[in-house]
Design a protein around this ligand. Structure first.
Ligand code: HMG
Ligand code: MG
Length: 328
């Protein structure tokens, strides 16, 4: 049944790589995205139109977007590629490339672009708010209210281009500066604002991995009490304290069917020293399989990519399932 279908959003190429200190070659990033696209995953977060002074690793996101539009990336399912944009300047940089490559992607305004055999990829823009004032300042250099006003413009402009919009809220279950003291009602209030601005989906980020089963449950009850539908929510867990799959199980019980994950467990939080990364896609696919849920993703293929990219980056494989499958 459709209730068994789970959508995993692969965030490795953006969230996973953004904090790597050594510049990763463009070819490696594109190779990673192309390998991921062949696994059956349907959405890949591919880059970020943020200030290169703030996040140097994402500086070549324009080239990545151009590649995805101009080359036929092979994929067994219709793909959506997602790019972060924190303000209208970021969206403009993204839109300039889209406009220079018409007819290469499908939009919500012009689904005909999907026609005639070859499915064209859909494009998504992601804005990112924070649940606490201190994280907002550190990540966006402005307070929450100002960020929401900026996002309103980004969302409106994105919609005018026919793009789907995802809106993150970071540090929803713990903040590196404010600890466990994150108000779930504040999260629901921010989510409501973003949905009213036109966002299609809210991704709730447990950026620090401080989420626990009871607090995840309390957050989702609060979202529901605020009238936010489960189908509009994605959960974004980090495995820093090893709680990601427990929190995923709780979220499934609350009816959530969209989850973010990162191949090889790539990524981390720059403000949480030593923090491990996003929950690995391998662990998520394996877990969903044990529950009889369908992600559409080939676990062996994903496992091979996790091993390959870890070697490319010179780090150990951050996926427990990946290591177990490979006997490493
Ligand atoms: P600011 O310094 O306040 O920006 O930064 P500004 O508007 O004052 O502009 C300063 C300079 O940046 C100007 O250039 C602008 O043109 C330029 P200058 O005149 O000095 O040469 N600029 C830009 N350049 C390229 N693209 C842009 C852009 N905007 C301004 N979009 C700003 C404000 C939002 C830009 C900055 O804070 C920023 O880029 N922040 C992004 C931080 C980031 O990417 N964080 C990671 C994503 S969030 C995350 O990872 C969490 C998540 O994964 C969930 C989870 O894991 O839990 C989503
Ligand atoms: Mg993350």
């Amino acid at each position: 049944t459709s209730n068994n279908k789970v959508k995993l959003v692969e965030v490795g190429p953006r969230d996973g790589l953004q904090n790597e200190k050594k510049t990763i070659p463009l070819a490696t990033k594109i190779d990673l995205i192309e390998r991921l696209a062949r696994t059956g995953v349907s959405t890949i977060e591919a880059g970020s139109f943020v200030s290169p002074k703030w996040v140097p690793q994402m500086a070549n996101s324009s080239e990545i977007l151009e590649h995805l539009l101009q080359k036929k990336v092979q994929a067994p399912v219709p793909m959506t590629y997602s790019f972060l944009a924190p303000n209208t300047k970021g969206l403009q940089n993204c839109a300039d490339i889209l406009k220079a490559n018409p007819e290469t992607f499908s939009t919500q305004l012009d689904p005909r672009a999907d026609g005639n055999g070859e499915p064209k990829p859909a494009m998504e823009v992601a804005v990112f708010a924070a649940a606490t004032e201190s994280f907002s300042q550190k990540n966006l250099n402005c307070d929450i209210q100002t960020s929401l006003e900026r996002f309103k413009a980004v969302i409106q402009d994105s919609k005018a281009l026919g793009l789907r919009v995802r809106a993150y809220i970071s540090v929803v279950l713990g903040c590196p500066f404010e600890g466990f003291d994150v108000d779930p009602h504040k999260v629901a209030e921010i989510a409501t604002d973003l949905l009213e601005s036109g966002a299609d989906e809210i991704s709730l980020g447990d950026t620090t991995g401080m989420g626990t089963a009871p607090r995840t449950s309390a957050l989702l009850r609060c979202m529901s009490a605020a009238g936010i539908r489960t189908e509009d929510i994605a959960m974004h867990f980090h495995d820093t304290y090893g709680q990601a799959l427990v929190n995923t199980a709780v979220s499934l019980e609350h009816g959530i069917r969209t989850f973010d994950s990162s191949v090889g467990g790539l990524g981390g939080c720059p403000y949480s020293p030593g923090a491990t990364g996003n929950v690995s896609t391998e662990n998520m696919v394996y877990f969903m399989e044990t529950l009889g849920m369908d992600t559409g993703i080939d676990l062996d293929a994903m496992t091979d990519i996790g091993s390959w990219i870890s070697t490319e980056l010179g780090k150990s494989n951050g996926s427990t399932v990946g290591k177990a499958v490979l006997g490493a």
